[in-house]
Design a protein around this ligand. Structure first.
Ligand code: LMR
Length: 331
């Protein structure tokens, strides 16, 4: 008997399998207590359940393993198997079309957004990742962003000359420039300190990220502008994914399907809870712009659509406009 067969017989005798458990390292940059944090834990539980323990998903939250840029490299090298980066972070990978999601005011609401993430445009964008060795599994919602600073932000003039931390997206860069601000790309893990020390004056994020990173401790004002969307693509290393037995892959696909329903169900609730938390802290004054103030901001940012059309791809953009009915020329 060969050594492996002897070992298998011995393991079987004590009820263990010869096949080692598959480990999926799932790395992300936000707190565990956020839409993405909770959805990744949900996926880990479902994956264990549906694969009957054949797969163990280890979730590393809060940039514990890698920061924004490093996590993309780690995924491609196979040091981690799964990530859920914000859609604003795919430009450096060479898939600039994802930055269409960053265009200001492009989605009126979540229903508009789901026409893209749950439709053919979303699927076509995911397919663009495959030549980079990445497979896209799902889109997870976070939500719409608020702006914050140490001064009230009510009109475009209030942004002038101020430094705003943004994610690594050229569309976001142009968005800040459109109102006279100075964009500064920083990793998510560096934002709190940058705000605290005055490296930047303000930022933008959904309320759940703002609150769980304690940005309310270092930002006196927040404006509920809902000017842009922040959400995620859950992605895996393609070589790893293709190497899984077909039945296990099917079980993981089912786990991901259920986790996506869960993620999209809790996202708004988590952002609402976070806003209550910011209010209760008493540290940040929250301002809701009037309809006119919001329209003024929308008009000021509208040229970003034309300027960035080539970058995000005119065809992709037109498909989004057709699906959502958005027409920047009508502003
Ligand atoms: C950010 O960098 O602001 C966000 O992408 C963080 C996240 O993953 O939600």
């Amino acid at each position: 008997m060969k050594l492996k067969a002897i070992l298998a017989a011995a393991l079987l005798a004590v009820g263990l399998s010869v096949n080692a458990q598959t480990i999926i390292k799932f790395s992300h940059v936000v707190a565990a207590d956020t839409p993405k944090g909770k959805a990744s834990e949900f996926f880990a539980k479902k994956a264990a359940e549906l694969t009957k323990g054949k797969v163990k998903v280890e979730v590393y939250a809060n940039s514990a393993l890698y920061k924004d840029k490093e996590e993309m490299e780690a995924l491609q090298m196979g040091s981690v198997q799964m990530l859920a980066p914000s859609l604003a972070k795919f430009g450096p990978l060479g898939v600039k079309e994802f930055e269409a999601f960053d265009l200001p005011f492009i989605f009126d609401d979540t229903a508009d957004l789901h026409k893209i993430t749950q439709g053919p445009v979303g699927a076509a964008l995911m397919a663009k990742l495959e030549p980079r060795g990445i497979k896209g599994l799902a889109y997870w919602d976070n939500g719409f962003k608020s702006f914050s600073a140490n001064v009230p932000l009510k009109s475009p003039a209030d942004f002038k000359g101020k430094k705003f931390r943004i994610q690594s997206s050229k569309v976001l860069e142009e968005q800040i420039r459109s109102v006279g601000g100075i964009p500064q790309v920083l990793a998510f893990s560096e934002v709190y300190q940058a705000l605290q020390t005055g490296v930047v004056d303000g930022t933008e994020n959904p309320n759940s990220n703002f609150f769980t990173q304690k940005m309310h401790e270092v930002q006196k004002h927040m404006t509920i502008t809902n000017h842009g969307y922040l959400g995620y693509a859950v992605i895996v290393n393609k070589k790893f994914w293709d190497s899984l037995p077909a039945d296990v892959r099917g079980q993981l696909e089912e786990a991901m399907k259920e986790s996506t329903v869960y993620a999209n169900k809790i996202a708004q609730e988590e952002n609402d809870k976070a806003l209550e938390g910011v209010k209760a802290s008493g540290k940040t004054t929250i301002y809701t712009p009037t309809k006119d103030e919001r329209l003024t901001l929308k008009k000021a940012m509208a040229p970003v659509h034309t300027k960035m059309a080539d970058r995000v791809g005119k065809e992709t953009l037109q498909q989004i406009y057709t699906a959502t009915g958005f027409d920047p020329s009508k502003l």
